[in-house]
Design a protein around this ligand. Structure first.
Ligand code: PGA
Length: 249
């Protein structure tokens, strides 16, 4: 049962709409023959521009977050319906930067994931351990618990089509990549958690990415690992050439 690889670019708080336009224009011809699903996640403000540009291409559009409510008094937030209307089909949920700097919890991650699914947007749910947690042998317990809480109350049919990103916090933006063995092993643990909760068929279907300093140099060896179904790319997604090389690992 082959899972289709998925390479997603997390632009974080980078790129004005004009800069996004330039980057996407350069990216389109470079990734048009990519075998993987290709997704870009620009900041909200650049999404409408990006949506126009990627129409008719093999690049799908993602957001970097989503609010759990349909609408209402939530100053500064963006709903799934708003994103869906402008052509967003994926949303990163629970990125470690959201958890670390913006008070995101396992509970809010779960609510946001459910809101995405309800709107027909595929969540890319991020989990990952800190350096201290890895060094004290807590990695598996941490990622299993995060996975279980993120998926609470989500049906198997929806779990099958969502995406999980394993992102060790110590590897994000640090240039320090997890070894391919570490990434593969932890992703296997996440898949096993899904298996315990939903059974084999769902666990075999769900796509699990690795993220954390993935770049043109290490993408091929990471992607060659049997459990790794894709990548969530930060820094290297900001240059068309680099991102296309990862997408075509
Ligand atoms: P990085 O970021 O590739 O810059 O390490 C990955 C991420 O945070 O998704």
């Amino acid at each position: 049962m082959a899972r289709k690889p998925i390479i997603a670019g997390n632009w974080k708080m980078n790129m004005t709409p004009a800069e996004a336009k330039e980057l996407i224009a350069a990216l389109i011809p470079l990734v048009q023959d990519a075998a993987a699903d290709v997704v870009i996640c620009p900041p909200y403000l650049a999404i409408p521009t990006a949506a126009e540009l990627v129409k008719g291409t093999n690049i799908a559009l993602g957001a970097q977050n989503i609010h759990w409510a349909e609408k209402g008094a939530f100053t500064g937030e963006i709903s799934a319906k708003m994103l869906k209307e402008v052509g967003v089909s994926y949303a990163i949920i629970g990125h470690s930067e959201r958890r670390q700097y913006f008070g995101e919890t396992d509970e809010t991650v779960n609510m946001r994931a459910k809101a995405a699914i309800a709107a027909g947007i595929t969540p890319i749910i991020c989990v990952g351990e800190s350096l201290e947690e890895r060094e004290t042998g807590k990695t598996e317990a941490i990622v299993s618990a995060q996975t279980e809480k993120a998926l609470a109350g989500i049906e198997a049919k929806d779990v099958k089509i969502l995406v999980i990103a394993y992102e060790p916090i110590w590897a994000i933006g640090t240039g320090k990549t997890a070894t391919k063995e570490q990434a593969n092993e932890t992703i296997a643990c996440i898949r096993n958690t899904v298996k315990k909760l939903y059974g084999e068929e769902t666990a075999e279907a769900v796509r699990i990415q690795y993220g954390g300093s993935m770049n043109p140099k290490n993408a091929a060896e990471l992607m060659a690992m049997p459990e790794i179904d894709g990548g969530l790319i930060g820094g290297a997604s900001l240059k068309a050439e680099d991102f296309s090389k990862v997408a075509k690992y």
